[in-house]
Design a protein around this ligand. Structure first.
Ligand code: ADP
Ligand code: 5GP
Length: 198
């Protein structure tokens, strides 16, 4: 945190949550947003994937057609973007970061492992990069299967990618093993609280 002018406090920090799909990022980020709403702002990404039941445009994601997404790339709207799964694009919007910073909140990202590393490279010490690891690949598969949000070939794609993504954990600032959910919540609340007041 630094002081700009005399009275205006500007908090330009970022919190990156990354992990293979099914590790618990959405669950943890949602919890943090509930317990510290005044401190955090969730960066709503854009994606070309279809909404899941219950997902709302502008809340979980901005759901765009591929044409709209590519137009945004051309206009320089993205801070980073990735084809996370074959043919499915995801991207972090500059407008989200600016909006949340203007509210003096810490920006929270739920992004894939490569996107997370790109954001960390871009922001360095201003960002805390947390890698959420499942206790094992078997448990990850079990959680993904139970979530039942993907058809079989999509599920296989996510599980295949998970092995590769797990090899990047050493490049993150902190690794949190998401075994017992209550313990994960507590650990993440402490990490975020410390980073916020640093
Ligand atoms: P991600 O956002 O990383 O893809 P989710 O938050 O959607 O992962 O979690 C995947 C599934 O696992 C969800 O159904 C969620 O309820 C469940 N889950 C998350 N963390 C735990 C945990 N510690 N123990 C058991 N189930 C969990
Ligand atoms: P899901 O389809 O399960 O919501 O997300 C799939 C993956 O895309 C997750 O790992 C999620 O973190 C990642 N993701 C979501 N938004 C972004 C983004 O803006 N950029 C990148 N690089 N990945 C994202």
């Amino acid at each position: 945190m630094y002081i700009k002018g005399i009275v205006e406090i500007v908090l330009e920090k970022l919190l990156i949550f990354s992990a293979p799909s099914g590790s618990g990022k959405t669950t943890v980020v949602k919890h943090l947003m509930e317990v510290m709403p005044e401190k955090l702002g969730f960066s709503v990404s854009a994606t070309t994937r279809k909404p899941r039941p219950g997902e709302v445009h502008g809340r979980e994601y901005y759901f765009l057609s591929e044409e709209e997404f590519r137009k945004n790339i051309g206009e320089g709207a993205f801070l980073e973007h990735e084809e996370v799964y074959s043919g499915i694009l995801y991207g972090t919007l500059w407008s989200e970061v600016k909006r949340i910073w203007s509210e003096d909140r810490l920006v929270v990202f739920d992004v894939d492992v490569l996107g997370g590393l790109n954001l960390k490279k871009e922001f360095g010490e201003k960002a805390l990069a947390i890698f959420l690891r499942p206790p094992s690949v078997e448990i990850l598969m079990e959680r993904l299967t139970k979530r039942s949000t993907e058809v079989e070939h999509e599920l296989a794609q996510r599980i295949d990618k998970a092995q590769y993504e797990l090899s990047f954990e050493n490049q993150y600032d902190v690794v949190v093993v998401n075994d017992k959910l209550e313990e994960t919540f507590e650990r993440c609340e402490t990490l975020v609280g410390n980073f916020y007041s640093k």
